[in-house]
Write a protein that binds this ligand. Structure first.
Ligand SMILES: [Zn+2]
Length: 449
């Protein structure tokens, strides 16, 4: 084997030296820079600098207009496709590399596997399946022939140290360990090509779901994950009680291909975590699955043994839950309401009857007033489509989320995708951190902890 590697190393050096390829490119709107390279089994490396507003693309397996595209675009998490995206195939919504600094870029095509790395961190690992799904606009996105082209579209994107090397046929991407998705039945690839953001904002790295497992699945499924620790006390699984632990969490995940948010847990979080610590996260959410009962006892509605009705009937207890939900969303400044309209086990069979339009309106009034989004929860399959439609009619935005307890119940947002079709959701209905107003709100200690 050794001599084969040596042969390819020599060949790689030969390609870089002999083709007269440009080493640098200043990409302005309309500019195109061609880089001769093989159509498969190659690696292109360079350094790139974006400025927060500029946008450019690297086309490969391309004739100059067809082919795959890798996006270069930084700036806030605002719904635009970010650096490292394989456009229309694996759209990414957060850039892990800073603007106005050079970063290392690598594109490697090994057989049918496409890998994109930013500063050595893999953000795309996509294997073109035997029967890829492509809408008309993307029908040219297939491996097999063509070369590379850098193209500018907005502002100035700088590229330097462009290098091409051939890779030996049969070489495998070591991180490509999961079978390719069957795109003939996959909903995610369809949404990607419609430009519909596919983000699960409510993923917990706990219960066996490690950062590495989540990373592999996110890249394989094509779903962006927002990973969030539970800040506060009293929830299930690992809790992050101190500011130090929360900063350590950010340090651990910020260079991974995730968004990172934080969940305020158990009602006391507004007094136990510093506001500046919470501000360091890209978004913040809370739910109303934990309430303070009539006698001031903290009650997790998902633990039936903790619930005490103190003589209230079901309708009265429902009013109490709605009242608590309104207090939580009014006084705890969050970006979105997660696990929304959740009811204790014993009441779930009456969900439709208990969530009357009047009760729904009380909750939606608060969301509208504070520009909060409504999570569509994939695991609990809530809220109902009827409530989602009522929220959409008010202009309330949505996030998709799972609230997994571990590795086993993190699915593929199936209920959220059903909601898109049943409720007519469009990309404009989706919330992004750039819309957050939580920094303008103050936490109110309404329970006098
Ligand atoms: Zn959660």
């Amino acid at each position: 084997m050794k001599h084969i590697h040596f042969f390819f190393a020599v060949m790689a050096a030969a390609i870089a030296a002999s083709c007269g390829n440009p080493a640098t490119a200043d990409l302005n709107p309309g500019s195109t820079v061609k880089v001769k390279c093989p159509s498969e089994n190659f690696r292109l490396t360079c350094q790139v600098m974006t400025d927060g507003t500029s946008a450019a693309d690297l086309l490969f397996a391309s004739d100059g207009s067809s082919g795959y595209e890798v996006r270069f675009h930084g700036g806030a998490i605002d719904g635009t496709i970010k650096t490292g995206s394989l456009t229309g195939i694996r759209n990414r919504y957060r850039s892990i590399v800073p603007d106005n600094e050079w970063f290392n870029f690598e594109l490697a095509v090994r057989g049918k596997n496409i890998s994109v790395k930013l500063n050595d961190i893999e953000v795309v690992c996509y294997t073109e399946p035997e029967k890829p799904f492509r809408i008309n606009e993307y029908s040219g996105m297939l491996l097999g022939k063509g070369e590379c082209y850098f193209k500018g579209s907005i502002g100035l994107t700088k590229v330097k140290d462009i290098k091409i090397s051939a890779l030996p046929e049969g070489e495998k991407n070591p991180s490509d360990t999961l079978p390719p998705v069957d795109e003939q039945s996959d909903k995610v690839i369809r949404l990607q090509q419609q430009g519909f953001p596919v983000i699960d904002y409510h993923v917990h790295l706990k219960g066996g779901l490690t950062k590495e497992i989540a990373w592999g699945r996110s890249l394989n499924y094509g779903i962006n994950y927002g990973v969030a620790p539970n800040a506060g006390e009293g929830g299930d699984g690992r809790m992050y009680a101190t500011d130090e632990e929360l900063y350590e969490y950010i340090d651990d995940v910020k260079l991974s291909p995730f968004l990172y948010g934080v969940q305020g847990e158990g009602r006391k979080w507004i007094t136990t975590v510093k506001p500046e610590t919470l501000s360091a996260f890209e978004y913040l959410f809370t739910d109303a699955m934990t309430i303070v009962d009539k006698k001031g006892k903290i009650t997790r509605l998902y633990h039936p043994e903790e619930i005490n009705l103190y003589g209230m009937n079901e309708e009265q207890y429902m009013d109490y839950i709605v009242d608590q939900t309104v207090k939580i969303l009014t006084n705890e400044p969050a970006d979105f309401y997660a696990n929304p309209t959740y009811l204790p086990d014993a009441m779930q069979k009456d969900y439709e009857k208990l969530w009357t339009p009047e009760r729904v309106d009380k909750v939606l009034d608060v969301l509208e007033k504070y520009h909060m989004a409504l999570e569509i929860n994939a695991r609990y399959r809530i809220p109902s489509f009827d409530i989602i439609k009522r929220a959409k009619a008010r202009g309330i935005k949505f996030t998709f989320g799972t609230n997994n307890m571990g590795a086993d119940n993190l699915g593929r947002l199936e209920y959220c995708f059903e909601a898109i079709d049943s409720c007519g959701l469009t990309p404009d209905d989706i919330w992004f951190p750039s819309m957050s107003i939580r920094s303008t709100r103050k936490a109110v200690n309404y329970n006098n902890f």
